[in-house]
Structures are given as C-alpha cells and as structure tokens.
Design a protein around this ligand. Structure first.
Ligand SMILES: [Zn+2]
Length: 216
C-alpha cells in the first residue's frame, strides 16, 4: 500500500468503514511507515477534539434552552398570579362598592312626614347622591307596620328605578286616635303605639298618635 492510498483511506478507517482486508493492510503499512502512522494519529486527535468541541457547544445550547424555559416559566407564573390578584381585587372592589349593603346611619337618612287628609306618609331618602335605601318593614307586635330597618346601598346600573329616589311607609287614620288597618279593621291607638326604626347605632321611635299631628 502506498502513502497516498493510505491517507485517502484514513477517514474511512477512523469511521470503521474500511473492509477487514483494507484495515489489515493499513495496520501493516503503519508498522512500516512512521509518517503514515503519525498522520493517522493526528487525524484521530483532531476528530476527538472536534467532537469534544461539538459536544460542549451542544451542552451550552441545552443549558441556554433550560435557562430560557425556566425564565419563561417564572414569567408565566408572575403573569398568572398578577392577573389572579387583579381579578380578586376587582371582585372585592365591586362587592365593597355595589353589592355590599349596610344598615343606614340615622345621620345619612332624611325623614319627612307628610299628612294629606287622613293619610300620613313617611318618606326616607339618603342624603348621599349616589346611595339609595332599602326598607325591611315588619309587623312584629301589632297589626300595622311597627318596626322597620333601613339599609343603605350604593347605586349602580342594576338599581331598580323605584328604589332610586325614596322609600316610604303610609298610615291611614280615621281620626287622631284611630288607625285604619290594611285588613279594613279599626285600631284604637294609645301612647304605646309606635313605629320603631332601626338605624346603625340606635333605634328611633315615632309615636303614631304624634304622626297624626306632624307639626307637633
Ligand atoms: Zn506511508
């Protein structure tokens, strides 16, 4: 085997692509030719260092991808938690502003008593522009409305038109000592007959007999 043929065959030899016979002949040649032996040796070293280099580059790429992925995960986590927090704040804010209902403070409620003929009408309005009132009227101990609690709430787009302006309660009298009940019956009034209105920190009591004389 001559040197040229040997050198041409080196790449295949290193890849183990040469036939058994060629490999044997090359081994024989190397024993006799120091030059070719060195050439093969150099080629081998070069390939190894190339492989190491390629491997290192791949490793770096993998590292970089890992970092990018981890960074992306952190970013996504931050975005998701931020959105969730914002969502919760919006819900809480909406609840506090519009859904929440509280017992009205007496100072926030304007009460007017109007008498027209034998009918006395009590009207309650919120002194705050953007608030409205909600009444809960009860007949606790009497056969007329003798107790009510006034709630206050902030107006929003869903507030019924009927509640936006005022709430009221009406009593019809036959005379100053007699109340006409809803069921058509008459009720003789005493000084104990009254309407209790519950506010946030106290209960206001209005004597029904006094209502007949609102100017008193
Ligand atoms: Zn040679």
């Amino acid at each position: 085997m001559n040197h040229h043929v040997f050198k041409d065959l080196v790449p295949n030899y290193l890849e183990h692509l040469t036939s058994e016979e060629t490999t044997r002949q090359m081994d024989v040649h190397m024993k006799e030719c120091k030059d070719c032996k060195e050439y093969l040796h150099d080629m081998q070293e070069e390939r190894i260092s190339e492989n190491v280099h390629v491997q290192a580059k791949e490793d770096r790429n993998v590292d970089y991808l890992k970092k990018v992925r981890s960074k992306n995960r952190k970013k996504i986590f931050t975005i998701v938690t931020s959105l969730l927090s914002l969502f919760l704040i919006l819900i809480l804010g909406y609840y506090l502003l519009f859904v929440r209902m509280w017992i009205a403070d007496a100072n926030d409620v304007q009460t007017t008593i109007q008498k027209q003929g034998n009918t006395v009408k009590l009207t309650f309005t919120s002194k705050q522009d953007n608030h409205f009132l909600l009444p809960r009227k009860e007949q606790l101990n009497q056969d007329y409305i003798d107790w009510m609690i006034i709630y206050e709430k902030r107006k929003d787009f869903s507030t019924p038109e009927s509640l936006k302006e005022e709430i009221n309660i009406t009593y019809t009298f036959l005379d100053e000592n007699t109340l006409l009940l809803d069921n058509g019956k008459e009720k003789k009034l005493t000084a104990d007959d009254k309407l209790s209105i519950q506010y946030k920190d106290h209960t206001k009591e209005l004597s029904l007999m006094d209502l007949y004389h609102p100017d008193h």
